[in-house]
Design a binder for this molecule. Structure first.
Ligand code: F6R
Length: 241
């Protein structure tokens, strides 16, 4: 596991964006695994900056997002489809049909999960961007006795709904269910870039990266992957020195 601790957000964002942009320059038809939440926002800004400077084109890139809420259509400004369009896809030249997110509006959620895994099998992820939840979740893979390997529906834990409520008008509006790629699917990526910011995540960073490998800290399973790059701000990396 390679770990870099950055002094400024700018440096962290530029470095993470550089990893993705360089992958696309080296392999124009790269498959990118993408995340939402507050962590990647600055990274997406930097990617757009590079695109606008004509350093990179996403014409042949395919993307898969980690997760989506069940019951929010893409037009809902809290859906992850909306987030991705707003922060990345509407600013770059990626064709719409090369963008994939789980469909949280599917009539049959189980069938949607199978469909998503089928597409992932056909287009393995080259580089997967990940954030980290306070309880060690990755995607919406919450701490549990057993973790699912493939894409699956999840009931969101109270703490995750509360953490995400900051993006909604009220806690009541936060969906109770989501679809997420499984830890098994995430670990199939060739390279994983885990980005964590903030003092409130310093303890879970240490636990996930140096503690026992356990399903009660889903991110600890990243320790089993051969190519994980961990990018931390000074606060999140406080206990790693
Ligand atoms: C988002 C996702 C989540 C977040 C995590 C951290 O697609 O899969 O696992 O990465 O909840 O969220 P932020 O970045 O908002 O702290």
């Amino acid at each position: 596991m390679n770990m870099i601790i950055f002094d400024t957000q700018q440096e962290l964002d530029s470095y993470a964006a550089g990893l993705i942009v360089n992958k696309v320059i080296e392999k124009p038809n790269a498959v990118l695994g993408l995340a939402t939440g507050s962590t990647p926002l600055g990274i997406y800004d930097k990617i757009v900056e590079q695109y606008e400077k004509k350093k990179v084109s996403f014409r042949s890139v395919t993307t898969f997002n980690l997760d989506e809420y069940v019951g929010l259509p893409p037009e809902n400004d809290q859906s992850y489809a909306y987030y991705m369009k707003k922060h990345l896809f509407s600013h770059i030249d990626i064709p719409q049909d090369q963008i994939h997110l789980p469909n949280g509006m599917a009539d049959n959620i189980e069938a949607e999960c199978v469909r998503y895994d089928f597409m992932l099998e056909a287009s393995p992820v080259d580089i997967q961007l990940l954030g980290l939840g306070h309880n060690g979740h990755i995607g919406f893979n919450e701490p549990a006795v057993n973790l699912s390997g493939g894409t699956h529906p999840v009931k969101l834990k109270a703490e995750t709904r509360e953490a995400n409520a900051r993006f909604f008008a009220s806690l009541a509006e936060v969906p109770h269910e989501a679809i997420t790629m499984g830890v098994g699917s995430i670990l199939k990526a060739d390279t994983i870039v885990l980005v964590v910011r903030g003092a409130d995540k310093a303890e879970i960073v240490k636990e996930a990266l140096t503690g026992p490998i356990t399903t009660s800290v889903p991110a600890s399973l990243l320790q089993t992957h051969a190519r994980v790059i961990v990018l931390l701000d000074r606060e999140a990396g406080r206990m790693m020195k």
